[in-house]
Design a protein around this ligand. Structure first.
Ligand SMILES: [Zn+2]
Length: 139
């Protein structure tokens, strides 16, 4: 997804337009995989642990949105690519550097919940770590 591309709602209405993406190359984001959840951490032996699904579910619950009504996520900066040889989705090294950002313009009123994915708990042995995420909203 590149600047000028539009994210659509589940009813195919323009929701957010990407106006800037400072990564090099730009457009390395994912919309293929769903959020991590407590079950993922459980099957990997990490015990009870909240994933993005539980985190987002809790913060949007006061708005009357049920967990099962949460749409699939926009996974900003996730470099997920399909490997035709292994026929599997592979998370590649991120292309981001400190200070990179993506900017959107809202095309409708939006309720946006963000989780800075805690999935690095599953990849500690690889040395990959999630880094802080800064969000700014301009009215
Ligand atoms: Zn996650």
């Amino acid at each position: 997804m590149l600047p000028g591309d539009v994210l659509l709602s589940t009813l195919c209405r323009p929701m957010l337009t990407i106006t800037q993406d400072t990564t090099d190359p730009p457009g390395i984001h994912d919309t293929h995989i769903r959020m991590c959840d407590a079950y993922l951490y459980e099957i990997h032996g990490l015990g009870p642990y909240k994933g993005c699904f539980e985190i987002v579910s809790e913060v949007i619950a006061p708005y009357g949105i049920a967990p099962e009504d949460i749409p699939d996520p926009f996974n900003g900066f996730l470099n997920l690519q399909y490997d035709c040889d292994t026929k599997a989705w592979i998370a590649r090294e991120p292309v981001t550097k400190p200070g990179d950002y993506i900017e959107f313009v809202a095309e409708m009123d939006c309720l946006i919940a963000i989780s800075n994915c805690p999935e690095d708990r599953l990849t500690d042995s690889s040395g990959k770590k999630c880094t802080p995420l800064r969000v700014q909203v301009f009215a």
